[in-house]
Design a protein around this ligand. Structure first.
Ligand code: ADP
Ligand code: MG
Length: 557
């Protein structure tokens, strides 16, 4: 008893004890435990002399997804039960990294003869655990946090059964369903039947019924959902619906990015799924930038991940045929395309993030710092070397709030889905019509021969490609990369290998240029080619894009 009192005193001095109880373990009624709930932890200590001695476990409430109070199966049993579900980070077997693993703590509460009183006690514990877990998780969320999903919550979970190796449904059955139930998330499973099914559903849905829309697939299904939301007449509210993603495809770049933002080390497969499942259950909602993409004759598109032309776009498309190998399809595709490396001719211009717009004074290209040409042909000053690439937590949400008159004028130039009424989605304030010259504050890349042009607004291009290590989901910036022609196959391969650790920018490659921009225009010169947006092929031709900072909501770290 003295020891127990000492424990209580110690915990109350570091973290306020809110509940104390003595219960038996559900799995073994012979084992009696003291259970302490503090503001931060659930501390379980075995009281019975177990053969292994008195083991004590402290589980952090920031790793708790939920808990449940319930009656036993047998009517004659007056006891109530309490189960608490944790997904703490544990060292991986035979590796240096850590990953989330499920830990369940279940107790039998039978202090009283009256079943109702036992259940009341278990429910009191469950409420206390839930409240404290939510508080701890908010404390550990990042500065961009806008809300936390309340419980119980209603979620629409869209699963593409064809994504990746075709395993999304079995991953749902084996891992996701249980986790969501533990977290008290009521979800309606929607299995997509064809391409654009999710887009159509979301366009027509009564969104007041849903606290969150979650997709389990690759990035392509979220692309459908975001475009569906921005095609609605109530797009301004619709796009604020919290969106979640669980990796079930072969291109799981956003899932890998969310995992990365939460501080996780490189993960794939089930480890990545468990991490994203945990983050989804935790339900912390942040802002996410959306990029509008204008094409020559198609309606405007919205993108949350990437725009690619050249090497990366070709790999995206050509690797479709290796879909059955899952995420490894991009590695195979990269090696195949390296063998037939080619040059892509075109003109690239961009509007840099202006100095003073955020913490990072990076307003020019990072490498290959020969003078840049303004649209009027004048040489622009060569910027001084920027500081090391650092995540920009400071959000920039001004692009969609700036200059109303300009907004109104530009809106007219935006292609509309319907002839009647204003086009849905935010008006673009930085882009002139695609066939008009660019304003003088835009920078034109001095070269016209490229190996690739890649615009990224999340950290990961694929599960194992940390293409924009400095990107945050709401930094209001497009991370524009291009590789100039003249790079050797070996050097390009080295770049992609370095990208696995996000080390490509520090690799000193003179052919690689990186700039943080608000808008860009790309005019390919060849009549045929491939442009991808979020990994999906779009109309080929001149394309321009502008970032709308923090437009959407993402359930992330
Ligand atoms: P992956 O990462 O494996 O490519 P995606 O989520 O990107 O997975 O999906 C690939 C494509 O499948 C997307 O273009 C998406 O719109 C489309 N799609 C969605 N649901 C279905 C379905 N039921 N059948 C076929 N294609 C679908
Ligand atoms: Mg895809």
């Amino acid at each position: 008893m003295d020891e127990r009192r000492r424990d209580l005193e110690r915990f109350s001095s570091t973290s306020w004890v809110t509940l104390y109880g003595e219960f038996t373990l559900t799995g073994n009624r012979k084992v009696r435990c003291s259970v302490i709930l503090t503001e931060r932890d659930l501390v379980v200590q075995r009281l019975s002399a177990a053969p292994v001695g008195r083991s004590k476990t402290a589980l952090s409430l920031k790793d708790c997804v939920g808990c449940r109070a319930y009656r036993g199966q047998e009517p004659a049993d007056p006891a109530a039960y309490l189960s608490v579900y944790f997904y703490p980070l544990r060292r991986r077997w035979m590796s240096s990294g850590v990953s989330r693993q499920r830990v369940e703590q279940s107790f039998r509460l039978a202090a009283l003869q009256d079943p109702r009183s036992n259940l009341d006690e278990a429910e009191k514990w469950a409420r206390a655990v839930r409240e404290r877990a939510a508080r701890q998780q908010r404390l550990h969320g990042d500065g961009a946090l806008v809300s936390q999903l309340s419980r119980p919550c209603q979620m629409m979970l869209l699963v593409n059964p064809q994504s990746g190796k075709g395993q999304a449904l079995s991953l749902y059955n084996n891992h996701v369903q249980k986790m969501l139930n533990e977290a008290g998330i009521v979800h309606t499973l929607v299995i997509t039947e064809h391409q654009n099914h999710a887009r159509e559903m979301v366009r027509e849905a009564d969104l007041s019924q849903w606290d969150a829309l979650v997709i389990m697939s690759g990035d392509g299904l979220l692309f459908e959902v975001i475009n569906g939301l921005l095609e609605r007449s109530d797009w301004e509210d619709a796009i604020r619906t919290p969106l979640g993603i669980l990796p079930g495809g072969s291109g799981n770049a956003l899932a890998a990015s969310i995992h990365h933002y939460s501080g996780g080390s490189a993960a794939s497969g089930e480890e990545l799924l468990l991490s994203c499942g945990f983050l989804l259950c935790r339900g912390l909602v942040s802002r996410m930038d959306v990029v509008s993409v204008q094409l020559p004759s198609s309606p405007r598109l919205f993108s949350f991940l990437s725009l690619a032309w050249g090497f990366v776009a070709d790999v995206d498309v050509e690797s479709e045929k290796y879909r059955r190998v899952g995420a490894a399809r991009f590695t195979v595709g990269t090696l195949v395309r390296l063998a037939s490396l080619r040059v892509y001719k075109g003109r690239l211009a961009y509007l840099p993030v202006a100095a003073g717009d955020d913490d990072d004074d990076d307003d020019g290209p990072r490498r290959g710092r020969e003078s840049t040409r303004r649209p009027n042909g004048q040489a622009a000053p060569v910027p001084s070397p920027p500081p090391a690439d650092s995540p920009c937590r400071h959000s920039l949400h001004n692009s969609c709030h700036s200059n109303n008159s300009l907004r109104a004028r530009r809106a007219a130039s935006t292609p509309s889905r319907s002839a009647a009424g204003p086009p849905a989605g935010p008006p673009d304030s930085l882009l002139p019509p695609l066939d008009r010259p660019l304003p003088p504050d835009w920078v034109v890349a001095p070269e016209e021969d490229f190996v690739l042009v890649l615009a990224m607004y999340q950290s990961h291009l694929a599960e194992d490609l940390l293409a924009a290590p400095g990107a945050a989901s709401d930094d209001g910036a497009i991370h524009l990369f291009y590789v100039r022609a003249g790079i050797s196959r070996a050097a390009l391969l080295r770049l992609f290998l370095a990208m696995e650790k996000g080390a490509h920018l520090a690799a000193g490659c003179q052919h690689l240029v990186h700039s943080r921009v608000r808008a860009l225009r790309l005019e390919p010169h060849s009549a045929k080619g491939v442009i991808t947006v979020d990994g999906e092929v779009v109309e080929y031709g001149a394309v321009q894009a502008e970032v709308h900072g923090g437009l959407s909501r993402l359930i992330s770290g």
